[in-house]
Design a protein around this ligand. Structure first.
Ligand SMILES: [Zn+2]
Length: 112
């Protein structure tokens, strides 16, 4: 007897979500999520560690926003040091052109 799958755990927030993105799927690779999680949030994800290999949309947003914030701070530091010209204000809102975050079909995993 099998229990129905109601959702998948998110690697970052550890909550169950109906819609998640596989960390080793095409969308995650395109967004470089695993690398960004480690670089900006110090979250290490390895395929051999028995933790969830999926991430929810809200946490994807967090990763991308932290990256933007980090890049902004780096740019400001260069400006203050006189090594870069002044920057335009950054926009941290989610763009409709980020398909991983909007209206993607659910991930059904490998359950049977
Ligand atoms: Zn999450």
């Amino acid at each position: 007897m099998q229990a129905p799958v109601l959702g998948y755990f998110c690697n970052m927030c550890a909550e169950v979500h109906r819609y998640v993105i596989p960390l080793y799927g095409n969308e995650s690779r395109r967004l470089e999520l695993v690398d960004k999680m480690e670089k900006y949030l110090f979250v290490r994800v390895h395929e051999w560690v028995p933790l969830p290999k999926t991430i929810c949309r809200r946490c994807v947003l967090v990763v991308l926003q932290v990256e933007q914030y980090y890049l902004h701070l780096t740019r400001l530091a260069l400006e203050l040091a006189g090594l870069a010209p002044p920057e335009e204000p950054i926009d941290l809102t989610v763009k409709p052109s980020q398909p991983a975050l909007l209206g993607r079909p659910p991930f059904h995993g490998n359950h049977q």
